[in-house]
Design a protein around this ligand. Structure first.
Ligand SMILES: Nc1ncnc2c1ncn2[C@@H]1O[C@H](COP(=O)(O)OP(=O)(O)OP(=O)(O)O)[C@@H](O)[C@H]1O
Ligand SMILES: [Mg+2]
Length: 499
């Protein structure tokens, strides 16, 4: 039982306590606002030392940005990804963020939330926190020395687990976090066409190797090669080679070179850097752009034959490329072949791993051998006209059929006709809801017959041209002979006159 005097002193006590807390915070706020920076730093250090002395814990902070500049810290998103899985199971306060350009929601620890993590039987604590923005007021409400908020994760653990945390635990966090962020991330298609540096859009091309029309054996070999490459980190490290691989894709227009690049990126989960050489000013810019690419990426240079030649002069490819050429000359690009070769196997390749370089061309024979030699372009892949096996893949993709009585006629026609997969795909695409599989196959047969006729006509025209040139040669031979004879006759007559 409380006596009367005690009862009456409780409100007084609470009052005094309240006013002391209020005075403490007021004093602290005054110090924080008006005290010189150096004094604040000194006080901070002093309190840290005192608390460190009594505290058995060690803490590591991982900031979102490095130092005072806003350079993102690579480790922060990895830790965030690692904690997102853990925190979604144990944390009570979560925040959900929408991934840019997608409908996916990613959960992570809310600010000032704590979770416990356990690895190999040892427990550690993670705290999500931030340094508040500090605005130091000046007279008339003007703010100076504005410092934005800094978010960071704090890892807290007991002193005795120092070696364990610095060794296996942090390694585990980085490995798992990288795996998770790779899985969550959206892939990007970077281009340099309008800017000095890369700009990107989200890469959502549906191409894949299952739907890619090609001879099945060749296709399997390519897939195997790509997968082996992506798993060969240790192998490349052992043989002392940069972890990169070059592919040269060549073949006529519409045979699937660009589609294959998209399928490669989807298979390996890589970003694509579509390098427009015509927009690169010089070799220095080229080097800079390439050093800005990230690992796990495919660097693509399309139509390499009309981008460069040995002397750095531009080559003509065909009429439609003329416009591009004009643009390039306007932009004054001075990238040289040697600059490009340097980039492929020079210094920059040592600045990070797992890159694939793909060149495409319609005219492989025009390329400088220095560019295509093995070691630089490790694999040369010819993408050619559609064969029957490739057609079957397209028929399955477009018409959902694997067999049909018309297949045999198509097979026979394909053996004697050159048609690109792009043309086959176009014919197999129903043009109206009324067009069924049979109608589409008939369309293809018609297209094949027309192409065959055209090819035959071309062949005949070629033969006719050959005959004509032969005859012309004959004619000129005959006229030359006639001329020779007339000259000979004239000579004889002159001789006679002389006699
Ligand atoms: N092998 C293929 N498998 C599946 N679809 C293909 C294939 N080849 C071409 N296509 C289809 O044809 C279209 C054009 O192909 P793509 O752009 O890949 O050709 P390309 O070889 O890059 O041509 P270019 O030399 O003109 O750049 C694609 O959108 C795709 O639908
Ligand atoms: Mg292409």
């Amino acid at each position: 039982m409380m006596n009367r005097s005690m009862k009456s002193s409780i409100p007084e006590l609470l009052g005094t306590l309240g006013s002391s807390i209020f005075s403490f915070f007021l004093a602290w706020e005054m110090i924080r606002r008006y005290c010189p920076r150096q004094v604040l730093d000194f006080l901070g250090k002093f309190f840290n030392k005192v608390s460190n002395f009594f505290n058995p814990n060690i803490q590591i902070s991982i900031y979102e940005f490095l130092g005072n500049n806003l350079k993102p810290h690579d480790a922060y998103p990895i830790v965030e990804a690692y904690l997102s899985v853990n925190s979604s199971k144990t944390a009570k306060k979560l925040k959900a963020e929408k991934v840019k350009d997608s409908n996916k929601l990613v959960l992570s620890m809310d600010e000032y939330e704590k979770i416990t993590d356990e690895f190999q039987g040892i427990q550690v604590k993670w705290v999500s926190t931030k340094v508040r923005s500090s605005q130091r007021p000046m007279p008339m409400g003007i703010f100076s020395s504005f410092e934005p908020e800094k978010r960071y994760y704090k890892l807290v653990f007991h002193k005795k687990n120092r070696d364990f945390v610095f060794g296996s635990y942090l390694e585990h966090v980085m490995k798992k976090g990288t795996e998770i962020s790779q899985k969550n991330r959206q892939r990007k298609l970077f281009t340099n066409s309008h800017h000095k540096s890369w700009s990107y859009i989200v890469f959502e091309h549906p191409a894949n190797f299952d739907t890619f029309a090609m001879d099945p054996e060749k296709k399997e070999a390519i897939v195997e090669d790509l997968l082996t490459f992506s798993k060969s980190k240790d192998f490349y490290a052992r043989i002392g080679k940069a972890w990169k691989r070059g592919y040269l894709l060549y073949g006529p227009p519409g045979t699937g070179k660009s589609t294959m690049i998209a399928a490669m990126a989807n298979l390996l989960d890589y970003d694509i850097y579509d390098l427009e050489l015509t927009s690169v000013r010089d070799n220095t810019d080229l080097r800079r752009l390439l050093s800005e690419t990230s690992g796990k990426s495919i660097i693509v240079i399309e139509d390499i034959d009309c981008s460069l030649d040995l002397t750095g002069q531009r080559k003509k490819k065909e009429e439609k490329k003329e416009i591009e050429k004009g643009k390039r000359e306007e932009s004054g690009s001075k990238v040289t072949l040697s600059g490009l070769l340097n980039f492929i196997d020079g210094l920059w390749s040592a600045c990070g791993g797992e890159r694939i370089i793909v060149f495409t061309t319609n005219y492989v024979e025009k390329l400088d051998p220095a560019l295509t030699r093995r070691g630089r372009m490790d694999k040369h892949i010819e993408l050619s006209y559609c064969c029957f096996e490739a057609f079957k893949v397209l028929a399955k993709n477009y018409l959902l059929i694997e067999e049909h009585p018309l297949f045999e006629s198509i097979r026979l026609l394909m053996e004697v006709t050159k048609i690109t997969p792009a043309d086959v795909a176009e014919n197999l695409m129903p043009k109206s809801p009324k067009e069924d599989a049979e109608k589409c196959l008939q369309n293809l047969i018609q297209a094949l017959e027309e192409t065959k006729k055209k090819e035959e006509m071309k062949e005949l025209e070629k033969k006719l041209d050959e005959v004509k040139t032969e005859e012309k040669m004959k004619d000129t031979e005959e006229t030359a002979k006639e001329k020779e004879e007339t000259i000979e006759e004239e000579k004889q007559e002159e001789l006679k006159k002389d006699v």
